[in-house]
Design a protein around this ligand. Structure first.
Ligand SMILES: Nc1ncnc2c1ncn2[C@@H]1O[C@H](COP(=O)(O)OP(=O)(O)O)[C@@H](O)[C@H]1O
Ligand SMILES: [Mg+2]
Length: 485
């Protein structure tokens, strides 16, 4: 289990804040991770985070502390999520994208272009083969829109054992270098802007989700390692009443607030349950929390950047953002490496795996031939074929489990045969005893009776042959069991 990395970031005062509030600020940063916040009633609140970024902090500081460890993990197939949270105008998009994603201003560029460059740097320095895919969606009014294909305006969120939570049918663009990735991100952001003018929607009213899927082929291990980096620029967390919204805008704001409250509820549920006891986490209450299910308490290393204004003008919103961050700090997640394969790659792997399948098949038969009679090996080979054990193996794990499976099935069917033989022998013994008694009786009454004596000899022969068969089966069973253990 690991806890979420939570940081607070305060942007410089805006010109409006300077003008209206005379440079008055509500924070006092004590050290790298601690700050004192003065609320509207002049009361002090102490907050401890993993890091506090002050107004003078650089974009590169945020990247190095928050994103770099997540990139390194994702390359090793451990999922990572970075969220920016805070009221509109607090610096979420500035932290995430910077002033312009393609501008390439070394000092000002945000997490997104830095993650792209850092990721490709990391991949270039590795000797392994990777593919990087990119998706971009926006959650607006509880609908997930594909920003690489606007015709997909209501993507469904699904879950499977291997992939975890995923967006069914989302466009995934393969990118070969940072330039291609940035160009695609730029197109996605532009599509977001098209949506804004058409639907009169401000970017602060929707959540924007950037998904990088990094897949590494492990030829030695015969499986694929997949890591995901999800960056989320959340919608503004301000209260509806404060914005003076009306009509449709009010409805929008309510929906946004609903999904952010759902996020808050999930965080509350995750942090307030009895330790060791599973309590209900309302992930399904909103699209946002469902998409973030793995990031919040699941299979992901997660970082939260709480963006705030330092001005006393926005004290109450900043305080609620910092409280949100303090609460989230208690969430525990369980990041682990992901191994999987997709359909087309599975086909390729199947082809690769064939020689291994034959090798293993031959190896088992060779071992059996060393210990057993040719006839018995042939019988076992037949059994393998009937069971279809070797017909559809496509990974090292499946071969291993098939090997165990065939061992188990062969040994258990031999045990069954032994049981049957034992029962038959017991029955024959009983019949023979009866016969002997009858023979003794006959001899006593009328002397030696040839027919009965012959019958007795015949039965004794039968018993002896069954016992010898029984012994040889027992030998086969024991040798096989010893050998396959
Ligand atoms: N750390 C910062 N340094 C300089 N300017 C910033 C910083 N954070 C935000 N800003 C500026 O503040 C304004 C609002 O920021 P923005 O990122 O758009 O807010 P949000 O996405 O939270 O609504 C923008 O003009 C942005 O350039
Ligand atoms: Mg924004």
């Amino acid at each position: 289990m690991s806890s979420i990395t939570v940081c607070a970031r305060f942007r410089p005062l805006s010109s409006k804040e300077k003008r209206d509030h005379n440079d008055s600020i509500c924070i006092h940063i004590l050290d790298a991770g601690t700050l004192i916040f003065k609320d509207e009633k002049e009361e002090d609140h102490l907050f401890c985070f993993d890091r506090v970024f002050c107004q003078e902090s650089e974009q590169s500081d945020v990247y190095e502390f928050l994103a770099l460890p997540i990139i390194q993990d994702a390359v090793n197939a451990i999922n990572g999520t970075i969220l920016t949270y805070g009221q509109t105008g607090a610096g979420k998009t500035y932290s995430m994208e910077g002033p312009n994603i393609l501008e390439g201003n070394e000092k000002k560029k945000g997490l997104l272009p830095r993650v792209v460059e850092g990721l490709f740097d990391c991949l270039r320095s590795s000797e392994k083969v990777y593919t990087v895919k990119l998706s971009m969606v926006e959650i607006y009014m509880e609908k997930v829109r594909d920003l690489f294909d606007l015709s997909k305006d209501n993507l469904q969120i699904k879950e499977d054992k291997i992939q975890g939570i995923y967006l069914s049918g989302v466009t995934e663009v393969s990118v070969l270098d940072p330039e291609e990735a940035l160009q695609n991100l730029c197109n996605g952001i532009a599509n977001r802007a098209v949506g804004e003018t058409q639907m009169n929607m401000a970017s602060s009213r929707s959540h924007c989700v950037y998904i990088f899927t990094i897949q590494q082929e492990c030829t030695g291990e015969r499986r694929l390692k997949t890591g995901k980096i999800i960056l989320v620029d959340l919608a503004g967390s301000e209260k509806v009443e404060k914005t003076g919204a009306e009509g449709k805008v009010l409805e929008e704001a309510k929906t946004i607030n609903k999904s952010l409250s759902a996020l808050g509820n999930v965080i509350n549920a995750l942090t307030s349950g009895t330790p060791g006891k599973a309590n209900h986490i309302p992930y399904r209450d909103s699209k946002l929390t469902r998409i973030l299910q793995d990031a919040l308490g699941g299979n992901s290393r997660t970082a939260l950047l709480c963006c705030c204004s330092p001005s006393t003008l926005n004290a109450s919103e900043s305080l609620s953002t910092l409280r949100f961050g303090a609460r989230a700090k208690h969430i525990k997640t369980s990041p682990r490496a992901n191994y999987n394969r997709d359909k087309c790659e599975k086909k390729q792997l199947d082809l690769d795996i064939c020689p291994v399948k034959d090798e293993l098949y031959e190896m088992i038969l060779k071992k059996l031939r060393e210990k057993l009679e040719a006839e018995d090996v042939k019988l076992l080979e037949e059994l393998f074929k009937i069971e279809g054990i070797f017909s559809d193996l496509s990974s090292a794990e499946e071969i291993e489990s098939a090997y165990e499976d065939v061992t188990f099935r062969t040994v258990s069917s031999l045990h069954q045969a032994l049981d049957e033989l034992t029962r038959t022998v017991d029955k024959l013994k009983r019949e023979n005893k009866d016969l002997e008694a009858k023979l003794v009786e006959t001899e006593r009454v009328i002397g030696v009776h040839r027919d009965n004596a012959n019958e007795g000899v015949h039965f004794l022969d039968k018993i002896l042959s069954v016992i010898s068969l029984f012994m040889s089966m027992l030998l086969v069973c024991l040798t096989l069991e010893k050998m396959l253990r």
